[in-house]
Write a protein that binds this ligand. Structure first.
Ligand code: PLP
Length: 374
């Protein structure tokens, strides 16, 4: 039996999404900008699909822009926010545990003279509002704080960050990368008090290559792409109608009890895996679908390979390669042996106890057949 336990990396496309995409590709293939009937029909469908995704996100359709992925939304948000604040200053605050789509964009801006403050997490993977308050300056133009960390499953205090910015009268815009939070934890952009929010389709049963970007009504931002004026002239380019249809269908197919189902299987996993000799829980996950574990003394890369040979697929963390631990786990200040043996395990609503048992049994086998490094 195989066990796919890396749903935070990507999810299989749900049948409703695949069918919706197929129908658009083969039948509703008109260009939404065309003035004749198939074009007008495509434009109408696009409006319906924007409304469906906006409803799932809890915002107005006019606040929702289709993108190609979460990386695009993160890049756009950060670059447009610093452009927006150009008369205020050149200071950005983010966290040390963001996805590389945020960190690398900040790094590129730092090379252009922006100053970036990275909030450090505590041992359990949470950044603090007190640290944010201490870092905030009159010239801060952007706070970018993810909602759910992709390797730890920890929730970050985005709502409190919004409250802080309002209370202090800060001119900084607030962006959240909600790629791992969308449909997994309850929120709306308005509840969080964010100006910008990024999500991605392939984490929720839509195909890769489609995402959505929330821009608060009334916020005037610079376009990401110039051209034919699509997406309210902020992101030109003929709309990816098939992917967008799939994203809307995936949102509609998502059921209200999915988070609860994932939380149940996560709790089952945490209990089952605790019986593996030597195993440590690095993060039990605040979000229902991600947790992190470690087998100190067993390098993650080896574990991933050995598990894969047994048909069990988990991740060693998004940036862990060539013996280097991911920046997220490194930021926790874990002991070296724990750090080197970290694995991320992530779930779908369809994940079964049998898949968890396969992971547990394989880990037990590996610890029996290989001697831990000191
Ligand atoms: N942000 C987070 C937190 C993610 O987990 C990911 C994907 O793993 C991304 C951004 C990038 O999204 P995409 O793969 O759609 O570019």
């Amino acid at each position: 039996m195989s066990a796919y336990l890396d749903h935070a990396a990507t999810t299989p496309v749900c049948p409703q999404a695949a069918q919706a995409a197929f129908q658009v590709m083969t039948e509703e293939f008109g260009n939404p900008s065309a003035q004749y009937a198939p074009g007008r029909e495509a434009a109408g469908r696009l409006r319906e699909r924007r409304a469906a995704v906006a409803a799932a996100l809890g915002c107005a359709p006019e606040e929702l822009y289709f993108t190609s992925c979460g990386t695009e939304g993160d890049n756009w948000s950060i670059r447009a926010a610093v452009q927006h604040g150009r008369r205020v200053g050149r200071h950005i605050i983010t966290t040390a545990i963001e996805h590389s789509a945020v960190l690398e964009t900040c790094k590129a801006l730092a090379a252009q003279g922006y100053e970036v403050t990275y909030l450090k997490p505590d041992r359990r993977g949470h950044v603090s509002i007190a640290d944010l308050e201490a870092a905030l300056r009159p010239d801060t133009v952007l706070v970018s704080m993810m909602l759910v960390n992709n390797e730890l499953g920890t929730l970050q205090p985005v709502r409190q960050a919004g409250e802080l910015l309002r209370r202090t009268g800060s001119a900084a815009l607030l962006h959240t990368d909600a790629v791992q939070a969308f449909l997994k934890v309850p929120f709306t952009p308005a509840q969080l008090g964010v100006d910008l929010l990024t999500v991605s389709g392939h984490k929720i049963g839509a195909p890769k290559g489609v995402g959505a970007q929330y821009i608060r009504a009334g916020l005037k931002l610079s376009p990401l792409l110039y051209g034919g004026g699509q997406e309210n002239a902020l992101r030109s380019g003929t709309e990816a109608t098939a992917q967008i249809a799939a994203l809307a269908a995936a949102c509609q197919a998502w059921q209200a009890d999915f988070p609860q189902r994932m939380a149940q299987i996560r709790d089952y996993a945490l209990t089952a895996l605790s019986s593996v000799p030597g195993l440590e829980i690095v993060s039990p996950g605040d979000a229902p679908h991600i947790c992190a574990i470690s087998l100190p003394g067993y390098p993650s890369e080896m574990l991933v390979r050995e598990l894969s040979d047994r048909g069990v697929w988990v991740s060693s963390g998004s940036a862990c390669h060539k013996g280097r631990p991911s920046h997220v786990f490194a930021a926790l200040g874990l002991p070296k042996r724990t750090l080197m043996g970290v694995l991320r395990v992530s779930f779908a609503p369809s994940t079964t106890p049998g898949e968890i048992d396969a992971l547990r049994e394989s880990l037990v086998e590996i610890t029996k057949s290989r001697i831990a490094m000191r």
